[in-house]
Design a protein around this ligand. Structure first.
Ligand code: HEC
Length: 224
């Protein structure tokens, strides 16, 4: 399938793939979310080994590295300076700014995170996201290797194509103060979550579990 050419080793999270198989399926509940997506928008998978996509993939990889590091250091910093309950209203990266692209190179134009087990409705997957999440979940369920990076091309009439680079995201022990098993959560964290995210599904994870994906949207370099 040519999907395994990513460089997950650069990523700050150490993922234990075998634990990811325990992750339950919510895909059935979420399929409906894709129905309302722009009907004219289509996406297709692109082979990550395709040499014509190398610059796009590299830009996506760089953006995801940057964002992943920022996410992890924000969690560490926040937990060192405040209580998890107070931190619930502050995460993740509300002020994040993408690094500037090198001249003449494809540019990351947006970055987001999404999951099959959602906390914030603002992070809900669209049709392309859901395809990426389901592809990963199916690999985990089957006990197969999980692609380290995925590449999609999304097209809408009259718009330049949006390239999407996806990378699976795992949980470190620090994440568990807000995404861990319900019974182990601090009661103040629980009540903050209930207040701010009444439909929260993003709990009951274990360290190393699969959490979701980081997605970078890349615009091809302008033609000179
Ligand atoms: C102090 C509490 C807290 C900690 C610790 C925490 N998170 Fe979150 N997480 C949240 C909140 C609140 C949201 C919803 C708001 C948002 O998206 O930023 C969220 C949302 C997410 C989402 C987006 C998908 C969704 O369900 O909305 C991902 C992915 C995620 N967290 C991953 C992580 C990872 C990885 C770590 C550890 C490195 C972590 N979180 C640690 C509170 C926390």
């Amino acid at each position: 399938m040519g999907l395994a050419s990513g460089r997950i080793g650069d990523y700050p999270f150490r993922m234990k793939w075998r634990h990811w198989r325990r992750f339950g399926s919510l895909a059935g509940c979420l399929t409906g979310l894709a129905v309302g997506a722009a009907e004219t928008e289509t996406f297709r998978w692109v082979d990550t080994a395709d040499p014509t996509a190398a610059a796009i993939l590299a830009a996506g990889d760089r953006a995801i590295d940057h964002y992943g590091r920022a996410l992890l250091s924000e969690v560490k910093r926040t937990l060192n300076t405040t209580t998890p309950a107070l931190a619930v209203g502050k995460l993740h990266l509300p002020e994040y700014k993408l690094p500037a692209a090198a001249a003449g190179q494809p540019a990351a134009v947006a970055i987001r995170r999404t999951s099959l087990k959602l906390r914030s409705p603002a992070n809900a997957p669209d049709a392309g996201d859901l395809a990426a999440l389901n592809l990963i979940r199916e690999k985990l369920d089957a006990g197969d290797d999980v692609p380290k990076i995925l590449l999609q091309k999304v097209e809408s009439p009259g718009q330049p194509p949006e390239w999407r680079v996806y990378r699976p995201l795992g949980l470190t022990p620090q994440c568990l103060s807000c995404h861990g098993p319900g019974e182990s959560l601090d009661p103040d964290v629980k009540s903050a979550l209930l207040r701010l995210y009444p439909a929260d599904k993003a709990v009951d994870f274990t360290p190393g579990a699969w959490r979701g994906v980081i997605r970078a949207s890349i615009a091809a370099a302008a033609k000179p």
